[in-house]
Write a protein that binds this ligand. Structure first.
Ligand code: TXA
Ligand code: MG
Length: 328
């Protein structure tokens, strides 16, 4: 799809015939959004430079930002990257699922340089959402898929979110209902006998350490060394300001709560949502991006966010909230 040509975006149901049609669209160089267990991705054939360029154009994404390549299984991944022992163990434990591995690219592997932004590494992931897996098999090509939102916006967890950002700019979205996890995959790089956590996500730090038996380090300050350039500070940004660790709600603010506590000033909030009234972090992750979108649409000047603990999945949730709150 030439990026500057307006397109009518079809909403496809997730039945086998539609998934086959979506796979054919991808093979022909189209842009197709689809559900994964984390967030909706905007897919294109990773081997087709023109299709990949269409993603950057549709999202308005800076072209230095490399993309994750999605494949249906570890055997397919082996064609594109060299696995060290630890990375293979992680893949065997967490694939299909919300883990992305950054690995040395197999020389000559047919992945567009645009997809890897010219790096000699490739980010690979096998999603576990049945619609994503069926689509990857139907497409028969590796599929790059960043989150299906305009660059810098909140990631989409429903087909409606995708259409709100990208209608008329992509060929189709396969509607598989709301996503299960709600925050993106964990991105890691195995460096010798340590694991570098490039982006916290759906697989938590403790699980990585348990399976690998290795220490899990934070990535270097992403502002200094943007090794995963999507980690730039101001990302996932709603239009309203975002105020973290709020213990009360100021006039004009909306409230994003967590847990059973009722904050002073909630009565006067422009709008109120609660990530998880019982304080369940999995529920909170699944609700995060949708609630940020809906509070943003309330017209509040700012979104006050109650404290969220940084344990388990909470690390990924707080990471996304900090980016949403970062100065722009
Ligand atoms: O859950 C997810 O991972 C979703 C779904 C759709 O699969 N995808 C996603 O993709 O979040 P995206 O493009 O929004 O995030 C890609 C991240 C960025 O932070 C990018 O910088 C990093 O992966 N990345 C990609 N290739 C890399 C590489 N070779 N080295 C380091 N980081 C890389
Ligand atoms: Mg994204």
């Amino acid at each position: 799809m030439p990026p500057d040509r307006p397109t009518i975006t079809s909403r496809l149901t997730a039945d086998p015939a539609s998934i086959d049609a979506a796979g054919a669209l991808l093979r022909q160089g189209g842009l197709v959004a689809f559900p994964t267990e984390t967030v909706y991705g905007l897919g294109a054939d990773a081997t087709n430079g023109r299709a990949v360029a269409g993603i950057y154009a549709a999202k308005g994404r800076p072209s230095f930002n490399p993309l994750i390549t999605h494949v249906p299984d570890l055997a397919a991944a082996d064609r594109f990257a060299r696995f060290d022992q630890v990375s293979r163990r992680l893949a065997e434990a967490f694939w299909p699922g919300p883990l992305t591995l950054v690995l040395p690219r197999v020389p000559g592997a047919p992945i567009s340089d645009l997809a890897t932004a010219g790096l000699d590494t490739v980010a690979l992931r096998v999603p576990r959402h049945p619609v994503a897996l069926a689509l990857l098999r139907a497409a028969g090509v590796p599929v790059v898929a960043p989150s299906a939102n305009r660059s810098g916006h909140v990631s989409p967890t429903t087909a409606d979110h995708v259409l709100a950002d990208l209608a008329g700019r992509i060929d189709a979205v396969v509607d598989g209902g709301p996503t299960e996890i709600g925050v993106e995959s964990t991105i890691v790089l195995v460096a010798g006998d340590r694991i570098r956590l490039l982006r916290p996500g759906g697989v938590d730090r403790a699980a990585l350490a348990r399976v690998s038996g290795l220490p899990v380090d934070d990535a270097a300050d992403p502002q200094v060394a943007p090794i995963a350039p999507g980690m730039l500070a101001s990302h996932y940004a709603p239009t309203a300001g975002v105020r973290l660790n709020a213990t009360s709600v100021a006039p004009g603010e909306a409230l994003l709560g967590f847990g059973p506590a009722i904050l002073p000033g909630s009565d006067g909030a422009v709008a109120v949502q609660n990530l998880s009234p019982t304080g369940d972090l999995a529920e909170a992750a699944a609700n995060l991006f949708g609630m940020l979108r809906s509070l943003d649409a309330s017209g509040a000047s700012a979104i006050a966010v109650a404290p969220v603990p940084e344990t388990g999945l909470g690390e990924a949730i707080v990471d996304r909230l900090r980016r949403a709150a970062a100065p722009r």
